[in-house]
Design a protein around this ligand. Structure first.
Ligand SMILES: Cc1ncc(C[n+]2csc(CCOP(=O)(O)OP(=O)(O)O)c2C)c(N)n1
Ligand SMILES: [Mg+2]
Length: 662
């Protein structure tokens, strides 16, 4: 069932290809220019196009499928991601069906087919996702395995001799073999049809020969190297085509696909009628459903965000603040699906009366159960799949589901390929990253992120937001929810953070940076960030009380949002033209801050296993250590002029070296 362009996906099957983009072109009204441009963009999969044809450099059928183009469900390319995306698409169907379908009104009921090669089955993220799909019994999902036993380096047995069928069965999948997949089309179709009737996800293991008909048949060369004109002619001869003719599609093929289009239109009409009846019988549900299908948030979502006055004023961990903001959103907004990679007790993302997304037949030993209508997801310890499956959830009729993931910030390094693909595809979601500093404490350097913020701050179309207190955390959620084609990471502390209700501002967060504490004729601007804001504020006080130096404090939770602001606003916050140097204080790698500051007080090594406060002291994140260094800088600048710092960014807390330092 296909019908591009989709008004709503829920009745149409998702075909998710982690293999060649060309598979799509046959299903839609694209025409040959697509193939031509595909040839230009790719290094050989469709190299039957003669060199003389196809000079386009841009393409609606690029080297790998890209979500921007009609009929493309998700962007794939990094092997294994697509399997996880497909699990997300199938989950979305299950969840929406359980939430909205009523007797005689199956408003959501599609299958997801995912085409994979040998390579996807070796990727960790795919195996994490396979395990979850089996666990959840997603019987609306079929993995179609092009088993040619060839990858780039040669035959698969160089690297992998797993019994794939047994592995899939062990993960709770239904396995169907098609032994002669290169000729037995009926067998393939029967398998696809059988998958629809399975009570488990289905793995269709189709034996094929790569490059069949060519001189490189069965050889790894067929994966990427161009066959050349002579061999292309051979292939055509083998399959009874005229080798002199190019870009010819037999009428029977065109007719077959034309029919698919009108069939799709009929399905769509049927569905519209069904939805009309549903709207009459279940008006409230239908209204919510339609709003979600349109990718819209309910109008009054901002009212659910707590007011500043309701937040605690005593020191509070920002992970707790995130719970105060997110729990009521999750409780009240049916589009929110919130999950964690086995850190429910740490990340504070549950809410009263939450229901877990689970296979309803599952009866666990601990008694924690659920059903498909549930919106709280236990991902298990599968961070990478959590992010990549969430991309599938977010991509399902884009905007219908708003995924929230959560784990310790450090472990979002496991999820980075999925987060990147979410950003690349403009898939809105929020990643709740707790335990985001050396202040995390005794878990030690393995759990204390140093370099990760630099990665996420530099990642295009991602908001990495590091709020300093509850009010800023509210601002972070508002910014993340408003960014409807952008995923966000909200970076939060495990430990207590002082609250700054007289200074902090949710509006300020939405501008990326703002003046937290102004000071006329300041000698220095201190830039404070997230969990280390206390260092900036205490250093300001100490500089004034003990050193006669006047400091202003800027809070800088999000670089990318700041970059969106006007030149005048940026100037008013950072005062680029003043003679006072700017010093950023953050217990992360300094990379990136050079753009906004003249000097930094940062981390140039990994962290250490110490109680949180002691870890900060150990690495000098302590006003008593910072203030004299800032003072020395201010004095130098007074003598030499601020221009003396140009091109000489100062690391006030030790420079980058290498070697083992514990
Ligand atoms: C994560 C990732 N690693 C490596 C690659 C590069 N790469 C592209 S295709 C491929 C092997 C494909 O093997 P298979 O899936 O069996 O496809 P076939 O060659 O049989 O068509 C590799 C390693 C990639 N696209 N993504
Ligand atoms: Mg292969």
């Amino acid at each position: 069932k296909i019908q591009p362009p989709y008004d709503f996906w829920g009745i149409f099957d998702a075909i998710e290809a982690n293999v060649a983009a060309g598979a799509y072109a046959s299903e839609y009204d694209f025409g040959w220019d697509v193939y031509e441009s595909f040839q230009q963009a790719h290094d050989g999969h469709f190299n039957f196009v003669p060199d003389s044809v196809g000079k386009r450099t841009d393409s609606i059928c690029p080297g790998h499928p890209e979500i921007e183009h009609e009929g493309i469900e998700v962007t794939t390319g990094p092997l294994g991601q697509g399997v996880a995306n497909a699990v997300g698409l199938a989950m979305a169907t299950k969840h929406l069906a359980a939430t909205y379908n009523k007797p005689n009104y199956e408003v959501v009921n599609n299958m997801t087919y995912c085409m994979i090669g040998d390579a996807c089955l070796q990727e960790g993220v795919a195996l994490e996702a396979v395990s979850l799909a089996g666990h959840w019994k997603l019987n609306n999902l079929a993995l179609v395995y092009d088993n040619n036993q060839i990858t780039c380096d040669g035959s698969v047995d160089i690297t992998c001799n797993d019994d794939v069928n047994e592995k899939m069965k062990a993960c709770g999948w239904n396995v169907i073999d098609v032994m002669d997949g290169t000729t037995n089309i009926t067998g393939v179709v029967q398998a696809l049809v059988a998958a629809r009737a399975s009570d488990k996800p289905t793995f269709i293991n189709i034996r094929t020969i790569i490059g069949i008909g060519s001189a490189s048949a069965g050889d790894a060369k067929a994966h990427g190297a161009a066959f050349g004109a002579e061999d292309v002619a051979n292939i055509k001869r083998t399959f009874g085509m005229n080798p002199e003719e190019h870009f010819v599609v037999p009428d029977t093929v065109y007719d077959f696909f034309r029919e698919a289009k009108s069939r799709g239109e009929d399905y769509e009409k049927e569905w519209s009628t069904l939805l009309d009846g549903y709207s009459k019988e279940y008006p409230e549900l239908a209204e919510e459903f339609k709003l979600r299908v349109a990718g819209k948030m309910p109008k009054d979502w901002t009212k659910i965000i707590p007011e500043k006055g309701s937040f605690p004023t005593s020191p509070t961990p920002s992970r707790k603040s995130a719970g105060l903001v997110c729990n009521p959103l999750a409780q009240n907004l049916s589009n929110f699906m919130v999950g964690t990679a086995d850190l429910t007790p740490s990340v504070n993302m549950t809410w009263k009366d939450k229901v877990d997304f689970q296979n309803p037949e599952l009866k666990t030993a601990c008694g924690i159960n659920g059903n498909y209508s549930g919106r709280y997801i236990h991902w298990g310890i599968r961070e990478h799949a959590m992010a990549s499956i969430s991309n599938g959830l977010a991509a399902f009729n884009k905007g219908t589901i708003f995924p929230i993931t959560s784990t310790f910030f450090m472990f979002y390094i496991y999820a980075a390929p999925g987060i990147r693909m979410g950003a690349l595809q403009g898939l809105q979601q929020i990643h709740i990253a707790t335990h985001d500093s050396i202040g995390t404490g005794e878990d030690g350097p393995t759990h204390q992120p140093i370099a990760l913020a630099s990665l996420y701050r530099s990642m295009p179309n991602l908001l990495y937001i590091r709020p300093c207190d509850s009010e800023e955390t509210a601002g972070a959620f508002i910014a993340a929810i408003k960014a409807d084609t952008t995923p966000s990471i909200i970076s939060l502390s495990r430990q207590n953070l002082p609250q700054y209700p007289e200074h902090s501002s949710r509006e300020g967060v939405q501008k990326g940076a703002y003046v937290l504490m102004e000071q006329e004729d300041a000698d220095v601007t201190l830039i404070g960030v997230g969990a280390e804001m206390f260092c900036a504020v205490e250093t300001k006080k100490l500089l004034e009380s003990d050193h006669g130096i006047k400091a202003r404090v800027v809070s800088f939770p999000c670089q990318r949002l700041f970059e969106q602001q006007s030149k005048e606003y940026k100037q008013s916050v950072l005062k680029y033209r003043s003679n006072a140097p700017r010093v950023v204080i953050e217990a992360y790698a300094i990379n990136g801050w050079e753009r906004y500051a003249d000097a930094g007080y940062s981390m140039a090594t990994f962290g250490k296993s110490l109680p949180g406060k002691k870890a900060y002291e150990h690495f000098g994140f302590d006003a008593k250590a910072i203030a004299p260094k800032v003072k020395a800088l201010v004095e130098e600048v007074k003598k030499e002029g601020v221009d003396s710092l140009r091109g000489d960014f100062r690391d006030l807390n030790g420079t980058m070296g290498y070697g083992f330092e514990h």
